[in-house]
Design a protein around this ligand. Sequence first.
Ligand code: SAM
Length: 315
Amino acid sequence: MTDLDDSSLQPPPPASRRTAGDSWAITELVGATALGVAAARAAETGGPDPLIRDDFAVKLVSAAGAAWARLADPGLNWLDGDEQGQRAHRLGIDYQAVRTHFFDGYFSEAVGAGLRQVVILAAGLDSRAYRLDWPAGTTVYEVDQPKVLEYKTGILESHGAVPSATRRTVAVDLRDDWPAALTAAGFDRSQPTAWLAEGLLPYLPSDAQDRLFEKFTALSVPGSRVAIEVFGANSSSNTHRWQRMRERLGLDVNVQALTFHEPDRSDAAEWLADHGWQVTLVDNREEMARLGRPVPDDLTDDAVRTILLRARLGD
Ligand code: SAM
């Protein structure tokens, strides 16, 4: 039996670790998922022929401790002796690189079209406010939980990093009244906005997802744009990924127990189309193939399934 045949050996999904109003520091609960995806960006950046560059990621991840620093290793030495595990983990890094590339391109187009107001929902350790080439006059709002933003700001300041746009942090839970917090931080609702929700939706209950869509739509004037990572039902790859991290690195982060598995979740593309947004989307596997990072045939069950979506609000 190969590593890929072991789905029958998987334990049932673990009990949810989420509670209403829960909060976290960077190494706790959903906070740790921000470290996980930043570690993938760090590994991609440090490897040969990177698709994207995020030179801040390795600093942000390493500061969380030695095990996290090992996860950011481009050589995947923490998986020594587990060739199949290395291939599967590499596939996860390829996907993270492709999604980062997609949303970097989205912002490049948005500012090319003249937008100067950007809101990154669930920003985590996203360093775009520092690493992208923003036109003068651009303001980037980063919304996330207070301790996550404090951690990021503190580490980047300690490295002397300077944002390449006006950066405003909005420390609030996205299940709460985040539009009020965003407005208090200076958000201008008369200006078109480029919104991003990357790596967020599964961590919100489905009713909170609907409210999120309603709120950013209400805050958007025509010409605004939004980009969203929409997750499919399959998540076995995540289970394997986090199992390896626990066994090899002692990092106890189980995405299955942190996400909301709700069959009645609104279809993001349909919701947006029904509310005046013009939607274009691509299947993640097509985008991976297009960018030279195809999913190998023997790893299709391991690969995450997502839709990468962009939309524009019409007049
Ligand atoms: N978007 C970032 C990226 O792609 O690097 C981070 C993605 S990380 C997988 C998930 C992020 O969502 C974490 O930073 C977490 O704190 C944030 N998050 C999840 N639920 C949230 C909520 N209810 N309120 C605020 N932030 C939330």
